[in-house]
Design a protein around this ligand. Structure first.
Ligand SMILES: C[S@@+](CC[C@H](N)C(=O)[O-])C[C@H]1O[C@@H](n2cnc3c(N)ncnc32)[C@H](O)[C@@H]1O
Length: 249
C-alpha cells in the first residue's frame, strides 16, 4: 500500500476508534478524544509497518490541528501554506522522492569524477540546480541538462541557471526522456525508484557511460566504485559503469 494511503487509513482508524470510545462514555472531553485519536492512529500506523518517521507525525497531527484551530488564524493562511508545499513537493506522495539538495562539497566531488574530455551530464530530479550550476561553471567544455518535476524547484533552477550557456533545464518526469545521449547520469533520489532507475539506465545508456547515485545504492548490484565526499553529512557517491553485456534486470 502506498505510504500516503496508509497514513490516511491510520488517521481514519484513529478517528473511528476515538468516536467509538466516546460513544461508550469512555471519553468525555475534547482533550481525551484528541489524545485517543492520536494514540490509535499511531498504533495503527505501527501495526501497518509504516516507516518510523510517520509515527511522531500521527502522534502530533490532530493535537496540532486542534491547537491551531483554537488560535483563530485566517483560513487563507492554511491554503497559502498548502499551495507553497504543493509547489515545492508536488507528487512526492507518489514518487517518494522529496526535495533535498546536493551540497557544494558533493558538486566538487562529482566534478573530480567527470572525465577530462568534454561529456554530457544529466541530473535526473535536478531540484533547484544546486549540483548542475557549479558543474556548468567549472566545466564550460561539458554539456549539462536537468529534468525536474516539481514546479517551484524547477522555476528556481530555471531562473538561477538562465545565464549558463551549457546548461539546459526542462520540466518533466525523469523516466520520460531517453538517457541515450548522456555520458553521465546523476541521481540523488531515494531508495524507492533506484530499481527502476537501473532498469532505464541499463536499457538506454551507452556501454561505458556512468551512472552516479548520491547516497542510495542500486538494489542487488555492486557499485564499480564508491567515493566518500568527506562532508559533514557523510555523503557517499555510488558509481556504476554501464556494461557492454547488459545483465538481466
Ligand atoms: C533529493 S532532490 C535532488 C535535487 C538535485 N538533484 C540535487 O542533487 O541537488 C530530488 C528531486 O527529484 C525530483 N523528482 C522526484 N521524482 C521525480 C521524477 N519522477 N521526475 C523528475 N523529478 C523528480 C524531486 O522533485 C526533487 O526535486
Amino acid at each position: 500500500m502506498p505510504p500516503a494511503l496508509k497514513a490516511l487509513l491510520a488517521q481514519l482508524v484513529g478517528g473511528i476508534g476515538a468516536y467509538a470510545l466516546a460513544r461508550h462514555g469512555l471519553l468525555n472531553d475534547l482533550g481525551s478524544l484528541v489524545a485517543a485519536q492520536a494514540a490509535i492512529a499511531t498504533g495503527t500506523a505501527a501495526a501497518m509497518r509504516s516507516a518510523r518517521w510517520w509515527l511522531p507525525i500521527h502522534l502530533v497531527f490532530l493535537p496540532l490541528a486542534v491547537t491551531l484551530r483554537g488560535l483563530g488564524l485566517p483560513p487563507g493562511l492554511y491554503l497559502g501554506a498548502f499551495v507553497i508545499l504543493l509547489l515545492i513537493y508536488w507528487t512526492t506522495f507518489r514518487t517518494q522522492v522529496p526535495l533535498y539538495l546536493s551540497n557544494a562539497e558533493t558538486a566538487a566531488a562529482v566534478a573530480q569524477l567527470l572525465p577530462s574530455t568534454p561529456v554530457s551530464v544529466l541530473d535526473i530530479g535536478a531540484g533547484t540546480g544546486s549540483l548542475l550550476r557549479p558543474l556548468a561553471r567549472l566545466r564550460p567544455d561539458c554539456r549539462f541538462a536537468g529534468i525536474e518535476l516539481a514546479p517551484a524547484p524547477w522555476l528556481i533552477g530555471r531562473i538561477l541557471g538562465a545565464r549558463l550557456p551549457n546548461l539546459t533545464w526542462r520540466r518533466g518526469d525523469l523516466f520520460t526522456p531517453s538517457w541515450t545521449d548522456y555520458d553521465v547520469v546523476y541521481a540523488f533520489l531515494s531508495p524507492v525508484p533506484m530499481g527502476a532507475v537501473w532498469g532505464k539506465a541499463s536499457a538506454e545508456m551507452r556501454a561505458g557511460s556512468l551512472l552516479i547515485s548520491n547516497s542510495f545504492p542500486l538494489p542487488a548490484r555492486e557499485p564499480d566504485f564508491v567515493a566518500a565526499v568527506g562532508d559533514r553529512r557523510g555523503t557517499r557517491l555510488y558509481l556504476y559503469r554501464i556494461p557492454a553485456q547488459r545483465p538481466a534486470r
